[in-house]
Each structure stands twice: as structure tokens, then as C-alpha cells.
Design a binder for this molecule. Structure first.
Ligand code: PLP
Length: 382
């Protein structure tokens, strides 16, 4: 057995007991509504992480790439939504997955895409299910719930060979909702936009069995999910500093961190230099516009405590610059060359994507926290 002092740095660590606690938190939340989770696997892209969510066997998942869909299909997952608008050229891969027995639904918000899905369905001899994307907050794609194109797209799918499976929205603006009230409001808007779009389709005589909503901030803030058939969330497995910054979790809930090594000092500048540059943390600066800017991440002791004053103030490709945060007066900790510490990431999905595997610890504490109990591979690419 190895421990956190062994692998070459930088590497990604998952705290399995914290991951389990995060899973339990969403499970309890959704249980109060009786609405199932469709886990978004884009954050971890790991079958082993998904197994902590679905210990009883493969459950419903959301994917953000077809590579994720193929990776999870190889592990026996058969119920998937590909929740990024479908590019017609990708439909052959969708068909190939469906021919393997995967019930993969695609997402669209235009007649052009509906035509393409209907044509691919006729070609393959099987109806390809599609969800219509609804725009609930102007964040990116989707149709407004009262857009007349909604029923036109629904009819195209339904009547020309595809399958109209339902509607889907995602409150992307909730990542900027820094109060519990604002997140609850975002959740209500996300729900009502999806439910209204579903009603519009049904009133036009079209089927709409699935009403899919979700994001991590809105999932935890939900107060009413009437009419919703599933909640998609993924970030919650690891959480990150962006989620902590808006109040969805605290720093202790972060289950993903990056182990780095001190490689130098610039005493006159108050810097500790590490081998954790942006190739390890990613360039994500998602906390830059929050009330507390965390640079490229907060430092933690290797086996536990967060050092809230010490952040990665700058990063180049393979160098991270640790310093006391600008608004603080604390002395720089004594971290000699060769010392290891962990960095909590701004954006778990982006940071995790820098690595091909996670080293897993059971619990980060001083007595047992350093033992690496497993290595979990992850999928990358498209
Ligand atoms: N659904 C869609 C369409 C998404 O794009 C995302 C995340 O980007 C999610 C669900 C999951 O949200 P979160 O990462 O906040 O859990």
C-alpha cells in the first residue's frame, strides 16, 4: 500500500468518505421529494465514483460527451441522457450506442436538429429519443417555454420518425446565486420553465414523459419539484471552491484536491513555489468574481486542515505560486522544499480533467488519512 507521500506530484486525490457524505446529502434531499437523481458524470467521469452513488448497480446518468457515454456503456450503464445539444454528425455514434442496448437520449432546441434526429431514426430503423432543451435563465441554449417552435420541434420528432421523450433545463445562472433564497428562486424558475414547456407540448397532443431539471445549487435549494421526473446534478460528488463561495457547501465538503510539492521560495516576495501549475489546477478562475477570490485554489495540509490564508495567487504551466492572500497579514508557513500539500480547486470538473486517474484515500486525518486505498481511472476526451 502506498500513501500520499509516494506518487509523483502533482496528482489528484479523492477523499472517499467525504464523497460518500456528499452523496448521502443529495440522496436525503431528493428523497424528501421522491424524485430520482440522474447523476451527471461530467464532474468525475469515473465509473468508480458513480458506483458510490449507485452501489446497487448502474443507475440513470447524464453525460456531457459521447466518450463518457461509451466509457459508461462499457461498464454496464444503459440509461443515459447526452445533455449537450446534438451535432447531426454525432448521430451515427448515438446509433452505435443504442445498438449496444444503451437507451441514450439526445438534446436539441431547433427544427434542424429535430429533422436530423428523425432522419437518423428512419435510417437506423429505430426511434432515437430526444429531449427539447428549455432556457430557464438566459444562461446558454434552449427555447423559452412559450416559444412556438417548441411544439413545431415536438411534432417534427413525433411525426417524422424520432421519439419526443420530454424537456430538459439547467439553471446555469444559479452558480452566481450567493444566498439560499436566490438559489431557491433559481430552483423554482428551473422547475416552472420545464413544467410549463411540458404542459405546452401535452396540450398540443404531444407526449412529454420526462421533465428533467438540475444543477448542484438548485438541487440542494429545491423547495418544490412537482411535475419534475428527475434531477440532474454532478458537481456535488466533489464540490469545489465556487460552490463553497456561494454557500452551497463549506470547505470541508470538498472531496477532490491536488497534491503538490514545494520546489522553491522567493522570501522577498512572500512566495512559496510548487510544482502545481495550471496544468494541474486548470486555468479556471471561477472564484475571481466572488466576494472572496481564491486565486487558483486554497492550500491544505497533506492530511487534513485547510490553510485558509494560503492560496495559489499565480500559476504558470508547471509552477504554482503560493502566498498569503493579499487582504491578510498572516506570516508565511514554514514549508521547506520537498514538503507536500494539497490544493482545493475552484472548479472540480475542470481540475479533475487535468488527470487520467484519482488516488483515493479513505479519510483525510492525521492517523489514517495518508494511505492510498485505490486508484480510480477516469475518461477524458470527446
Ligand atoms: N445538466 C446540465 C445540462 C449541465 O450542463 C450540468 C452542468 O454543467 C448539470 C446538469 C449538472 O450541474 P452541476 O455540475 O451543477 O451538478
Amino acid at each position: 500500500m502506498t500513501d500520499l507521500l509516494d506518487p509523483e506530484t502533482p496528482f489528484a486525490v479523492v477523499d472517499r468518505s467525504q464523497l460518500d457524505a456528499n452523496v448521502e446529502r443529495i440522496r436525503r434531499k431528493l428523497a424528501t421529494f421522491g424524485v430520482p437523481l440522474r447523476l451527471h458524470v461530467k464532474t468525475s467521469k469515473s465509473v468508480d465514483v458513480a458506483r458510490r452513488v449507485f452501489p446497487e448497480g448502474p443507475g440513470p446518468i447524464t453525460v456531457s460527451t459521447l466518450a463518457e457515454a461509451e466509457h459508461f456503456a462499457d461498464a454496464g450503464y444503459v440509461d443515459m441522457v447526452y445533455a449537450v445539444g446534438i451535432a447531426p454528425q454525432k448521430l451515427e455514434r448515438v446509433i452505435a450506442l443504442r445498438e449496444r442496448g444503451v437507451d441514450l437520449a439526445v438534446l436539441l432546441d431547433s427544427i434542424v436538429q429535430a429533422d436530423a434526429v428523425a432522419a437518423a431514426s428512419r435510417r437506423s430503423g429505430e426511434r432515437i429519443p430526444a429531449l427539447i432543451e428549455i432556457d430557464c435563465d438566459g444562461h446558454r441554449g434552449g427555447l423559452l417555454p412559450d416559444d412556438p417552435d417548441l411544439t413545431a420541434i415536438g411534432s417534427t420528432l413525433h411525426e417524422q420518425g424520432g421519439e419526443l421523450r420530454g424537456v430538459l433545463d439547467h439553471a446555469g445562472e444559479s452558480y452566481f446565486a450567493s444566498t439560499a433564497e436566490a438559489r431557491t428562486a433559481a430552483s423554482l424558475i428551473e422547475r416552472s420553465a420545464a413544467v410549463h414547456a411540458a404542459e405546452a407540448l401535452r396540450s398540443a397532443g404531444l407526449p412529454c414523459p420526462v421533465v428533467s431539471v438540475g444543477s448542484t445549487p438548485t438541487a440542494f435549494a429545491a423547495s418544490n419539484l412537482d411535475g419534475v421526473t428527475e434531477v440532474r446534478a454532478g458537481n456535488f460528488v466533489f464540490f469545489d471552491l465556487v460552490m463553497a463561495g456561494i454557500g452551497v457547501c463549506d470547505h470541508d465538503a470538498l472531496a477532490l484536491s491536488i497534491v503538490v510539492t514545494v520546489i522553491g521560495h522567493k522570501h522577498e516576495k512572500g512566495w512559496i513555489v510548487t510544482d502545481g501549475g495550471w496544468m494541474a489546477t486548470s486555468r479556471d478562475r471561477g472564484t475571481a468574481d466572488q466576494s472572496l477570490d481564491q486565486g487558483y485554489g486554497i492550500a491544505c495540509q497533506l492530511d487534513g486542515d485547510v490553510m485558509p490564508n494560503l492560496i495559489v495567487v499565480a500559476a504558470s504551466q508547471e509552477h504554482g505560486i503560493l502566498a498569503i492572500r493579499p487582504e491578510d497579514e498572516a506570516p508565511l508557513p514554514d514549508l521547506p522544499i520537498g514538503a507536500r500539500l494539497r490544493i482545493l480547486p475552484n472548479h472540480a470538473c475542470a481540475t479533475a480533467a487535468q488527470f487520467s486517474a484519482y488516488h483515493v484515500v479513505d479519510e483525510l486525518d492525521e492517523t489514517r488519512g495518508r494511505a492510498i486505498i485505490a486508484t480510480w481511472p477516469r475518461s477524458n476526451g470527446w
